[in-house]
Design a protein around this ligand. Sequence first.
Ligand code: 16G
Length: 245
Amino acid sequence: FTDGPVVLPLGGPLYLQLKRWIEDAIKRGAINPGDALPSERDLAIKTDVSRVTVRKAVQQLVQDGVLVQRHGSGTFVAQQAQRVEQSLSQLTSFTEDMARRGMAVRAEWLDRGLYHPSTEETVILGLGAGEQVTRIARLRLSEDTPLAIERASLSSSILPDPDLIGDSLYKHLEKSGNRPVRAIQRIRAANLSDADAHLLLVPVGSAGLFIERISYLPSGRAIEFTRSIYRGDTYDFVAELRLGD
Ligand code: 16G
């Protein structure tokens, strides 16, 4: 986005001029959410200001949440996602929720495999002695916007191979006759860890929602234990309440 002559908007200290110029480039669509910003060196050469000035402008934009820095890979334009309303009264999957909104869905695998279960997993999933747990951790995205990180654990007797799930865990469970019919879901506020903030392309220290879902088969057996981190700047969880008896 630095092709052609660069004219910084006049007024105020140089780093503020550069900051405004970067903000304008984002507004104009010359650089889009998720795009990498040119390196500090390239920006300094192109705009004819010192690297110290570039760093100061970039740091301010990171503080404002306009840019995000990912260690080792550079500086990116932050994703300002549209807010999404998610009902709390229906047991649906991420894929189904996005399809209903007409939004494309994608997942990036963060981890998958068979593990020796933690005590918590053993208790919640009612695992037998020596039984392994299958863990699948995914970054869930719509188009290129990351929305949530989901870490699911299932008994290896239900899911012996994580690759079986394809694009949708619930679709796979449905096909194998194990679709959950009930779930207990707990939501609490969480500050995103640095690593999770980087994955979700939001500024370090942003607010997130920690969601734990334990879902059950009609028999009452717990089938899925999932801990998710949803972007606090994106999700509204909505429930309809009725006057009780
Ligand atoms: C939802 C569930 C998650 C489930 C996933 C399956 C929440 C907080 N979590 O995201 O527990 O594993 O759907 O999605 O709603 P999939 O079928 O698209 O893989």
